[in-house]
Design a protein around this ligand. Structure first.
Ligand code: FES
Length: 70
């Protein structure tokens, strides 16, 4: 699933970055350019960072909420 539409970044890429040490949206911005354009993805990206490391599912509603609230 695309989390950052502006930069075509998926939840898998964010989880991989997290597993490799990214711990903040700022880390994701530097590494993947997440939230460097419109910023609507920052809440969803933050939630993925906070997931348990062994969880691979994210409710679709999180992504929808991020874009619907703007
Ligand atoms: S959706 Fe990520 S910067 Fe726009």
């Amino acid at each position: 699933m695309y989390v950052c539409v502006c930069n075509a970044v998926t939840d898998r890429q964010i989880r991989k970055a997290r597993d490799n040490g990214a711990s903040s949206v700022e880390d994701l911005s530097r590494e993947l350019k997440v939230a460097t354009c419109c910023g609507r993805c920052s809440d969803c990206a933050r939630k993925i960072l906070c997931e348990k490391a062994n969880s691979t599912l994210i409710p679709t509603s999180l992504a929808v909420e991020s874009f619907a609230s703007a």
